[in-house]
Design a protein around this ligand. Structure first.
Ligand code: FAQ
Length: 328
């Protein structure tokens, strides 16, 4: 036991684990009936491993995701925007808290998850390895990255693992508000001075490719999609989510008088499918494997936060160990 969490020996990957075929068939029948799986229910070893991988990466993305926008809190233009940005950043950290708790229900202690983040063993979203260079970057992040996250999370909140779905439901409500905050900032810049419009367009140009990468590699190159969709962990493929983003957001971007930095982006009027230019998948691979512009800096900040906060965690753990409930 770790606190109130039972640590489960989860193979880190690669190893083939033979689950009881009868239990596996019963589990798959439950999934097919649309039932939700709770932490104490039987589940295949690989289902557990995949969920830990995905939820943990999602949690890491939220705490690391607080950093690019966080650097603008002290420089936000005006008191109201500063308060709104502070609240958004706090929400993102709260999302990490919910997601780490959901991942812990699967048997991996939080300390181990943080270790795996800090040693680079565990991934987090590509997008947060780029710098937020101007105020317009924060607007693009809050509008379009939050929009992308909502597309992904609304789909997955209908998935099979109940604690993850509950966390996603709550997160989506807050992200929807972030999206409105981001859109408000984007509209202010798009309808502002020529310099503000230029700053916005320049930010969009830099973020477009990372946003294309955000939804994951093309379906033909995705390693996990097939299995995750069969078990209803992932409820839409990477390409379907990207298409949904085009459908919803390309018209809104153009409506603001902005241009999309992909001359090949077009919609087939017959099939309704968007085709787009190569967003440089080699860059995606470099970034998710630790070699993006800010990977080292992001992990260094987290490492420092981890060290600085150690005494607080130790004090809280000691207090919890020695706490005696008052007699009622
Ligand atoms: N970044 O086989 P697939 C947010 C990796 S939350 C980094 O297609 P899968 C809120 C993937 O892990 C953002 N790595 O993988 C916010 C795998 O590597 P592995 C995070 C990526 O799992 C907003 C390999 O590539 N959201 O933004 C990425 O089926 C604003 C092969 O890929 C979630 O995590 C990527 N973009 O599909 C915060 C949602 N894409 O592990 C602050 C939950 C792929 O084998 C400010 N996750 N990889 O070494 C998912 O839905 C899925 O994991 C996908 C990837 C769709 C991300």
């Amino acid at each position: 036991m770790y606190g109130n969490i039972t640590i489960v020996d989860v193979p880190s990957g690669g190893e083939q684990v033979q689950d009881d075929p009868q239990k596996l068939a019963e589990f798959e029948a439950r999934i097919a009936r649309g039932e939700k799986i709770e932490p104490h229910d039987w589940m295949p070893t690989e289902y557990r491993r995949q969920l830990i991988r995905m939820i943990e990466q999602h949690a890491h993305s939220e705490i690391i995701g607080a950093l690019p926008e966080g650097t603008w809190i002290t420089r936000a233009p005006g008191f109201k925007r500063k308060i709104a940005l502070m609240a958004k950043v706090q929400d993102e950290v709260g999302h990490a808290q919910l997601l780490y708790s959901a991942a812990e229900t699967l048997g991996k202690p939080r300390e181990k998850m943080i270790d795996d983040l800090l040693t680079g063993k565990s991934k987090y979203s590509n997008v947060f390895n780029y710098p937020a260079m101007t105020w317009a970057d924060t607007a693009v992040i809050a509008w379009l990255i939050d929009a992308s996250a909502i597309i992904n999370q609304v789909a997955n909140s209908k998935g099979s693992y109940a604690p993850y779905c509950r966390a996603l439901d709550r997160i989506c409500k807050e992200e929807s508000f972030h999206l409105k905050y981001g859109y408000d900032n984007v509209v202010a810049l798009a309808t502002g001075t020529a310099v503000q419009r230029e700053m916005l367009q320049e930010a969009l140009n830099r973020w477009w490719r990372p946003i294309m990468h955000f939804f994951g590699p093309p379906d033909v190159a995705s390693q996990h999609t097939e299995k995750l969709m069969r078990w209803k962990v992932k409820m839409a493929t990477n390409d379907d989510m990207r298409q949904q983003f085009f459908n919803q957001y390309v018209p809104k971007i153009l409506e603001l008088g902005l241009t999309i930095p992909d001359p090949e982006l077009k919609k087939d009027p017959e099939t309704g499918k968007w085709s787009y230019g190569d967003p440089d998948w080699d860059e995606f691979k470099r970034v998710i494997n630790g070699h993006g512009p800010c990977n080292a800096e992001r992990l260094a900040v987290r490492r420092k936060a981890e060290e600085n906060g150690r005494w607080v965690r130790q004090a809280l753990a000691r207090a919890a160990d020695t706490y005696v409930a008052p007699l009622s």
